[in-house]
Ligand binder design. Sequence first.
Ligand code: AMP
Length: 187
Amino acid sequence: MMNIVIFGAPGAGKGTQSDFIVNHFGLRHVSTGDLLRKEIADQTELGLKIKSIMDAGHLVSDDIVDQMIDRAIAESPNGTLFDGYPRNVAQAENLDRMLASHGRSLTCMVQLDVPREELIRRILERAKVSGRSDDNEQTVKGRLLEYESKTLPVSEYYAKQGKRLQIDGMGKIEDISAAIITAIEKL
Ligand code: AMP
């Protein structure tokens, strides 16, 4: 059973490639961003609390997302694809602990590498159709800064465990999907 993290900056193509990976390997797609946006759309107590944090491009607290992930692991006995999580080293450590407590471990982390200028271009392009209140020029820069300062160290965390697969995130969507599948199947 596979448990995979898809990793990369905002705009790197994690959502697009996630759809492909979950279909190919029969995994459940768990996106913390999607789960949090649903809380906001449903106007839950949690949703009201996190809206301004997300609109500012900041990370919500680890407790909130860790709880969502623990539940998602329990609800996906055939394996999970984690998208948008972990976003910092503490979350990565928690993920290892939570998987272990369910008798599982991480198979690999797939990192999509895309240059900064292209990330900004893609997010502003996506903004035209996504309706996401955090897809705007102001917030994008903040999200990239959060990524560079807090999330990027997660890449080294998995490299040290020998679990990082680095994929060039530039080019045709289907070529990137093929490169991801080949890298995972080689493990
Ligand atoms: P995403 O859809 O992955 O780009 O996430 C959108 C926003 O949700 C982020 O900018 C954060 O505010 C919040 N978020 C998503 N995943 C996490 C996480 N693992 N930890 C903290 N905040 C998160």
